[in-house]
Design a binder for this molecule. Structure first.
Ligand SMILES: NC(=O)c1ccc[n+]([C@@H]2O[C@H](COP(=O)([O-])OP(=O)(O)OC[C@H]3O[C@@H](n4cnc5c(N)ncnc54)[C@H](OP(=O)(O)O)[C@@H]3O)[C@@H](O)[C@H]2O)c1
Length: 243
């Protein structure tokens, strides 16, 4: 049965690849913020892969942006089957010796509050969905400590905790899970990491490689299709972190 899916941050990287991975036979709201042309390209890919795509713009680091996105979805549908809270970013590397209140607010707004707000607003739509599920994209940064990305790591830990809480609160109607990516080659690292850091992570990985967006998209698809998955965080990191 065709699914109606919202992927936040679907213009590039993991979100874009997830849209392509879930495209066949499904309808996808391809959310973006600044990367309009990239989102339009993703929408074309989704259509070429046998799906339907609707690009929607919003800045999710503000309450108004979250409201605007979900309002736009309510104008197009009265139900949603899958919500993937993927939009996020590190914003800025900063030593713990130099924290600024504004930066902490910005990082938590983008990575935590946005997913919490969009989730809350989408519940009436998801409650009408078929085997509805929410998937939050956290990060290996919450697992093993990431120097200079500590605010980001904490924001993703909060998202992970939120995942388990609402998995219980929304059961049995809506399943909620998370996927925690390791180092994945995407525009994220063009913005926040040096080639030397990427090499060091690759060399430190038991598999001696960094991941690609499709590795995360595969885990997301598995959760969408498996109706016994609930309250779990799937780590996909090549063994960089082992529980
Ligand atoms: N790559 C990694 O190694 C890695 C590891 C662990 C976790 N993650 C997480 O995976 C998710 C996807 O990251 P990625 O690697 O695919 O990075 P990416 O290519 O930089 O994608 C980030 C996405 O988030 C969107 N976004 C950024 N700021 C936004 C805002 N203020 N409002 C709305 N959307 C916004 C971007 O939209 P526009 O470009 O349209 O502005 C883009 O679609 C993020 O949550 C990230 O924290 C990534």
């Amino acid at each position: 049965m065709s699914k109606l899916i919202l992927i936040t941050g679907a213009s590039t990287g993991i979100g874009a690849e997830t849209a392509r991975h879930l495209a066949s036979g499904n309808e996808i709201f391809v959310h973006y913020n600044t990367s309009k042309h990239a989102a339009e390209d993703v929408a074309v890919d989704v259509e070429n892969l046998g799906g339907k795509a609707y690009p929607l713009q919003a800045d999710l680091s503000t309450e108004a942006g979250c409201n605007a996105l979900v309002k736009a979805i309510f104008e197009r549908t009265n139900k949603l089957d899958v919500l993937i809270n993927n939009a996020g970013g590190l914003i800025k590397r900063q030593s713990v010796r130099e924290y600024e209140w504004r930066l902490m607010e910005e990082i938590f707004a983008l990575n935590t509050f946005s997913a919490m707000m969009v989730t809350s607003l989408c519940i009436p739509l998801l409650e009408k969905g078929n085997d509805p599920c929410i998937i939050n994209i956290s990060s290996v940064a919450m697992r093993h400590g990431a120097p200079t990305a500590t605010i980001y790591g904490a924001s993703k830990s909060a998202l992970d905790s939120f995942t388990r809480g609402i998995a219980k609160e929304l059961a049995p109607t809506i399943r909620v899970n998370a996927v925690s990516p390791g180092v994945i080659i995407s525009p994220f690292h063009d913005k926040y990491s040096t080639p030397e850091q990427l090499e060091a992570w690759r060399d430190g990985n038991p598999l001696k490689k960094n991941g690609e967006p499709f590795h995360i998209a595969q885990a997301i698809k598995f959760i969408v299709e498996n109706d016994f998955m609930n309250g779990e965080t799937i780590d996909v990191n090549g063994g960089l972190y082992m529980r």
